[in-house]
Design a protein around this ligand. Structure first.
Ligand SMILES: *Cc1c(COP(=O)(O)O)cnc(C)c1O
Length: 398
């Protein structure tokens, strides 16, 4: 019997849905002769600002630049400290370092994988200028508490919303709580371009204006440069691709939630397997569905790696985002952290495994993945009880 591999992500499936429309709109841009910061970029900025509940949005070259430009526009630089999470993609802390500021890490919540908001206050010093929470895996961080701490200490908030566009915290979009929300349109994100692209959303007109100047060589009027900037423009081809896909995003995010519910139903009773928690009053967008495979303290990561290998042998891809927390990465060694400083992040990094997650995943595929996990972890076969009680509640395409 041959069964198809289930990849961790399947962008070709997405292309089958949007391809015809996308190709037509891209050809139109190609023929227009207008390639950078044109009507499509402006329309995308308006649409993304509205989606994120912000007054302004400024397109840029990628999500990392969005973070750097946001910190820059808020005047964060040398001598400043920015409190963030050690359990994220490196770009979060890299952006802080590239501004000449210092990333101060705070440990994470073991259930949501996001920064533990109750620990932030203790990390604030006289040099702290900003908090930089990440909505990891598409799950909103605890913004109410983060906003409270920021107000109390007069700190800026920059949200790393690279993985969570469209997510809600208490009914309000992630990215709209702070002074700036930073989005990545990397192709694998929930809303992905056909290359690199990024955006900063803000409701502060002055911050938006500064972002527009900084992304275009510090220039308000062409060939007049008020300050040093960079080239971090967004091009029309990426903008039109994103505009095309944007009309699908709400539907795709809903399908991701259905996939997550389906996984939850099929995996909930497996000893040693911790399913991802959703914090109260949040609507996540499931950029990743990430389980924890508990390991003995003496053998960190062993069971997780066994599960990944067992799934691979059954034709199911999985991925560990992220195997090494940032405070233990050589790139950040100058910050002076050591093993043991953030025990929750360290443990989680040894236990997390992300399963295939995309709107096009079929029920059959989800069941095969779940059965594979049960086989490897010795949890037995799926029983009829474990299949969703109301099939119509999971109207996944097959
Ligand atoms: C993808 C990502 C970024 C960086 O975005 P790029 O567009 O790849 O530069 C930053 N932070 C997080 C959490 C991300 O997932």
């Amino acid at each position: 019997m041959t069964t198809d591999r289930i990849p961790i992500l399947d962008l070709q499936k997405q292309y089958q849905q949007v391809g015809t429309e996308l190709e037509q709109r891209i050809i139109k841009v190609l023929r227009s002769g207008h390639y950078i910061l044109g009507d499509n970029v402006r329309e995308l900025e308006r649409s993304v600002a509205a989606l994120c509940g912000c007054r302004q949005a400024v397109g840029c070259a990628n999500g990392t630049d969005a973070l750097i430009l946001a910190l820059w526009a808020l005047d964060i630089g040398p001598g400043d400290e920015v409190v963030t999470t050690p359990f994220t993609f490196a770009a979060t802390a890299e952006a802080i370092a590239h501004r000449g500021a210092r990333a101060v890490f705070v440990d994470i919540d073991p259930l949501t994988f996001n920064i533990d908001a109750s620990l932030i206050e203790a990390a604030v010093t006289g040099r702290t200028r900003a908090l930089l929470p990440v909505h990891l895996y598409g799950q909103p961080a605890e913004m109410e508490r983060i906003v409270q701490v920021a107000r109390h200490h007069d700190l800026k908030i920059i949200e790393d919303n690279a993985q969570a566009i469209g997510a809600l915290y208490k009914g309000k979009p992630t990215g709209s709580f702070g002074d700036a929300g930073c989005i990545s349109f990397y192709p694998t994100k929930n809303l992905g371009a056909c290359g690199d692209a990024g955006m900063v959303v803000t409701s502060d007109e002055r911050v938006a204006e500064r972002l527009r100047v900084l992304r275009a060589h510090g220039s308000r009027v062409r060939y007049h440069h008020d300050e040093l900037g960079v080239n971090s423009r967004l091009d029309e081809l990426q903008a039109v691709a994103l505009l095309t896909k944007l009309t699908y995003l709400a539907d795709w995010n809903e399908k991701r939630r259905q996939v997550a519910r389906h996984y939850n139903d099929l995996l909930r009773d497996i000893p040693g397997l911790i399913l991802p928690a959703v914090a109260g009053e949040t609507t996540p967008v499931w950029h990743q569905y990430t389980v924890r495979v508990e390991s003995a303290a003496s053998a960190p990561g062993v069971r997780r790696d066994q599960l990944a290998a067992g799934l691979a042998a059954r034709g199911v891809d999985s991925m560990c985002y992220y195997p090494v927390p940032l405070h233990l990465q050589p790139a950040f060694s100058s910050l002076g952290y050591k093993a043991g400083d953030f025990p929750v992040a360290e443990r989680v990094a040894a236990e997390v495994l992300s399963l295939p997650m995309y709107p096009e995943l079929s029920r059959g595929q989800i069941e095969r993945i779940a059965q594979g996990i049960r086989d490897v972890l010795g949890a037995g076969a799926l029983t009829p009880v474990q299949t969703p009680t109301a099939a119509q509640a999971y109207p996944l395409s097959s």
